[in-house]
Write a protein that binds this ligand. Structure first.
Ligand SMILES: Nc1ncnc2c1ncn2[C@@H]1O[C@H](COP(=O)(O)OP(=O)(O)O)[C@@H](O)[C@H]1O
Ligand SMILES: [Mg+2]
Length: 316
């Protein structure tokens, strides 16, 4: 299949820190390509290079066989939809105005814009009459992110970039939006590049998955192949991780039950508190072996990953 995006020996340094190292991969036209990896592995940086928000320090990126840096960056961005984690609708604009931002910039006339807005709202089961003129604050988080998705699709872009679009949502909204993305993709057949730190989400959504770790591409293949033949221990262990909700519940029980309290000898370890956000807990446990648990600003115990797994398997 024809490739639409290509990374060739792409590296990136920020102030002397290497955050991406010799990335080589291509995204095929019409696939859902998932970049998955723990927090800090370089997913967002890679994604931002595709629409020219960040330039590589070394190597080149290609869009339709032409170097990204040789495009008029404004015009390029009109061909690329972008959905962010923070839902990021314009708060003072109605649903309709949010959806038609790009079509408007592209000069679509009013009738064509109205038609498109209604068509897209129906596509995500939001009755146009009812929702068109609402403000973002009058929608639930899940509904707002539906609008975020159709806003990115409004001008029929060649590619849609999605950066952890569902990680701030509750599990039910998240599952239904994953289904929605799959459904829209089947209908529209556009190319989607989807970033997540959640391997389960990657497996559900991806046509192909690129696993990243510390700025390197560890493995790039179909979900089936990655599951069957993980390239190394990192990939294998990444599968074993469970969802953030489960971790948080676990921490709660560990706190309240006084489980696994140990003498803390290493004060360089990172701390977790009950205020640590769900996705942060998940990220941290994916990356580090052990943590200090704090309550009321005082360290109360030490927990490591095997504690969590042991605890989860006891819970059955
Ligand atoms: N503008 C920047 N300046 C300096 N360091 C950055 C900048 N953007 C990202 N980084 C660093 O690059 C690494 C990769 O970040 P990022 O691509 O955001 O990872 P991910 O999206 O996988 O969590 C991190 O260590 C991050 O701190
Ligand atoms: Mg990121």
């Amino acid at each position: 299949m024809e490739s639409i995006i290509e990374f060739k020996d792409v590296s990136k340094e920020f102030e002397g820190n290497v955050v991406l190292k010799d990335l080589n991969f291509s995204v095929k036209k019409g696939e859902i390509f998932v970049l998955v990896g723990p927090s800090g592995s370089g997913k967002t940086t890679s994604l931002k290079m595709i629409n020219g928000l960040i330039e590589p320090t070394d190597g080149n990126l290609y869009f339709k066989n032409k170097r990204i840096k040789d495009y008029n960056i404004q015009k390029l961005r009109w061909q690329i939809g972008y959905v962010l984690q923070q839902i990021a609708l314009f708060p003072t604009m109605s649903v309709k105005e949010n959806i038609e931002v790009i079509p408007d910039m592209l000069g679509w006339d009013k009738e064509r814009r109205n038609k498109r807005v209604d068509e897209l709202l129906k596509e995500v089961d939001m009755e146009p009459e009812q929702f068109r003129d609402r403000m973002p604050s009058e929608l639930s988080g899940g509904q707002q992110q539906r609008i975020g998705i159709i806003r990115a699709l409004a001008s029929e872009p060649d590619i849609v970039l999605m950066d952890e679009p569902f990680s701030a949502l509750d599990p039910i909204s998240r599952a239904s939006l994953q289904d929605l993305v799959l459904e829209l993709h089947q209908k529209l057949g556009n190319t989607i590049i989807f970033v997540t730190h959640n391997m389960k989400e990657a497996m559900k959504i991806g046509s192909r998955i690129a696993v990243m770790h510390e700025g390197k591409l560890i493995q790039c293949d179909t979900p089936e192949e990655i599951q069957k033949n993980p390239a190394n221990r990192f990939v294998e262990e990444f599968f074993d991780e469970t969802t953030d909700e489960v971790y948080t519940q676990t921490l709660e029980v560990l706190y309240n039950g006084g489980f696994y309290q140990r003498t803390i000898t290493d004060f360089n370890l990172q701390s977790l508190t009950m205020d640590t956000s769900l996705s942060e807990v998940f990220d941290l446990l994916a990356e580090k072996e052990a943590f200090i648990i704090e309550r009321d600003g005082k360290p109360i115990g030490l927990i490591n990953r095997s504690d969590v797994f042991r605890f989860l398997s006891q819970e059955g």
